[in-house]
Design a protein around this ligand. Structure first.
Ligand code: PRX
Length: 619
């Protein structure tokens, strides 16, 4: 590992040039591995390829042709298996359907689907045509969907009548109808029949099956350039609305492919289950692209982990004989709470490797995961990465590295990571600093869609010459990184990223609210909980009704995942003399204030602020 990593960082062109040729299928091999003008990278110039060809066609000539590509289990218990040949055929049929609706290379297509095979089919069909997909997690609201449609200028939306979640039907179509009503540029909505809960379509809608089933199962993949855009995925930042992270074809695919192969030590016989929804980057890179590019069998599950009972995941693992299981610490902490008996009821002997992603994993959860789920025999990979990085950048490699509970691990090949101080200078081992990346890597974001300045400002200006991750970290003497978590104004709630600014602007859209400040508070289960401090307009009354209304408002503007766990009404928000909200102070108050039940009385936080500033002045 050490010599290979050194070589990959010192001579990235050689390393990645070889990997690209060895691992991917090209219509035309690249001529130039990397062009780098900080912060803009172009990888594999002159190359032509297609991602769906890499994920499908290249497996059809050999023994993988009739191997399962996707094993799907719906929440009600329905199971579907698609072989590589069948998946290829479905993708081609749907690519024809999209083409028939006028979708061309470069067009943006919105995908708002439950976790069903058609989500992967839609993504792969876009990739086959060269259309740019933007998947929106089904838990986001109509308002959030509308914002994303407008931002990327999508003219077509793919959705379903509904999806199953916690025994209920999630009415996706209703949200799409509301979003599309406010999006005059959208020309077509394709509706998958999943729950049978929509009977009549609107004029703009077409049933998926009606425009797809009769199509030809062959659709020649578009010969795309390496840097042709592949997808836009919206994620929260420290300011403003979520930004559209742009990924392109070859570099992204190589990152997703190689990390899936090496980090999960993938074998031909594996059944790989990444529990992330395709609405998140983990679902993109591991459930879909990385797994299929390697010719693996990937499992998709539609529903909740505790439906109908808290052992649903273990039931699925035992039933389908899952060998690699990849989930988030929040889920693991919930399993601990639900009790070992739910795990122990099932034969999990098929498991051989476990993974964790999305947030720091506390050592207790790690040890439980290792002992109870992994039976003490499965290595755990704790993979650190981001929507922006496209694929894992910190991890251990099973069988190669010693695992350390709570520490993500060491840099993956080609990743030049460092922990630096305020001035951008590397700190000593054991000292906390900012986690940065000092060299380009193939699966890096290519920018923020439609906003090159934001890309530069947000990522490349905090630390000179380096990409700032937004995370704080420490490195130990063995070169292992412990990622502490976000040190910018981004929260990580149950492994989901949330911008404090986003939640604040959702709150102030309520007519009663004057000002809002949102901070994170440590939470045993979710990692972080959302605490909102709110001041009201004159004449408005704090109370439980308003609190409920404000939480509802956030749910409407963003989605249920962003609902504040606690709302605290204040007389005024503590501010510095220059008028900036003292977030550090609010964080301390949120973390320390053991407030029981609802806080409906007005708190005078400025008093605390003045106390604080006077004590700090004295100090
Ligand atoms: O804070 C880090 C945390 O999740 C952030 C990235 O969030 P997102 O773009 O939504 O992608 C999540 C899935 C890759 C990071 O900045 N994070 C992710 N993985 C880990 C982690 N924190 C600690 N350990 C990890 N393994």
């Amino acid at each position: 590992y050490k010599s290979m990593h050194r070589e990959s960082v010192q001579n990235p062109k050689k390393f990645w040039g070889n990997m690209a040729k060895q691992e991917l299928a090209w219509f035309q091999e690249p001529k130039k591995v990397l062009e780098w003008k900080v912060p803009f990278a172009k990888w594999f110039g002159g190359g032509r390829l297609n991602l769906s060809h890499n994920c499908l066609d290249r497996h059809l000539d050999g023994p993988r042709r009739h191997k399962a590509a996707i094993v799907f289990e719906g929440e009600p218990g329905d199971v579907r298996v698609l072989t590589y040949q069948q998946l290829h055929d479905e993708v081609c049929r749907f690519a024809h359907a999209l083409k028939g609706e006028g979708v061309k290379k470069g067009d943006r297509v919105m995908i708002y689907l439950p976790m069903v095979p058609e989500a992967a089919i839609a993504m792969l069909a876009c990739a086959r045509i060269g259309a740019v997909h933007s998947v929106v997690f089904g838990g986001f609201s109509a308002e959030a969907l509308k914002d994303r449609i407008h931002d990327c200028g999508a003219k077509l939306v793919i959705t379903a009548d509904g999806g199953y979640r916690r025994g209920q039907v999630v009415n996706l179509k209703k949200n799409v109808d509301a979003a599309v009503a406010a999006s005059p540029d959208v020309r077509r909505v394709i509706v998958l029949k999943r729950t049978g809960t929509v009977e009549k379509l609107n004029e703009i809608d077409r049933w998926w099956h009606e425009i797809t089933d009769h199509q030809s199962p062959d659709f020649p993949p578009e010969k795309l350039e390496s840097e042709d855009p592949l997808f836009i995925l919206y994620t929260s930042g420290s300011t403003g609305k979520p930004k559209g992270i742009l990924h392109t074809t070859a570099g992204y695919l190589l990152g997703a492919h190689l990390t899936t192969k090496w980090v999960f030590d993938l074998k031909e016989t594996d059944l790989f289950w990444c529990t992330a929804d395709v609405g998140w980057v983990t679902g993109h890179s591991y459930t879909v692209y990385g797994a299929l590019s390697n010719g693996a069998t990937t499992l998709m599950y539609e529903g909740a982990p505790n439906q109908p009972e808290p052992d649903r995941f273990w039931r699925i693992i035992a039933k389908h004989r899952v060998s690699i299981f990849y989930t988030a610490p929040t889920a693991i902490r919930a399993f601990i709470r639900w009790g070992d008996q739910w795990v122990e009821k099932h034969d999990l002997s098929s498991l051989r490797l476990l993974g964790s992603v999305g947030e720091p994993i506390n050592p207790e959860a790690w040890l439980w995961y290792h002992r109870v789920v992994g039976g003490g025999r499965c290595p755990i990979v704790d993979t650190w990465w981001q929507t922006e990085t496209g694929s894992h950048l910190l991890t251990t490699l099973p069988g190669i590295h010693v695992m350390k509970p709570g520490l993500a691990g060491v840099p993956f090949f080609g990743a030049d990571l460092a922990v630096v101080d305020e001035k951008g200078k590397p700190v000593k081992d054991g000292v906390q600093g900012k986690l940065v990346i000092r060299k380009p890597w193939p699966s890096m974001l290519r920018g923020v869609y439609g906003d090159p300045d934001r890309y530069q400002k947000q990522y490349w200006s905090e630390v000179p010459g380096a990409y700032f991750t937004g995370d704080g970290a420490k490195r130990d003497k063995d070169g292992y990184f412990r990622v502490i978590g976000r040190i910018d104004d981004v929260l990580n709630v149950s492994g989901h990223r949330l911008g404090t600014a986003e939640v604040e602007s959702a709150l102030v859209t309520h007519p009663a609210v004057a000002e809002a400040a949102v901070v994170g508070r440590p939470d045993d289960l979710k990692g972080q909980a959302v605490v909102a401090f709110v001041t009201l307009k004159t004449g408005q009354k704090a109370g439980n009704d308003l609190m409920a209304a404000l939480r509802e408002q956030v749910s409407k503007e963003i989605g249920p995942i962003a609902k504040p766990d606690q709302i605290r009404f204040a007389e005024a928000l503590p501010k510095t003399r220059s008028g900036k909200i003292m977030r550090r102070l609010l964080k301390e108050i949120a973390a320390g204030g053991a407030v029981k039940g609802d806080v409906t009385t007005l708190e005078d936080l400025n008093v605390i602020a003045s106390l604080q500033s006077s004590s700090s002045e004295e100090g």
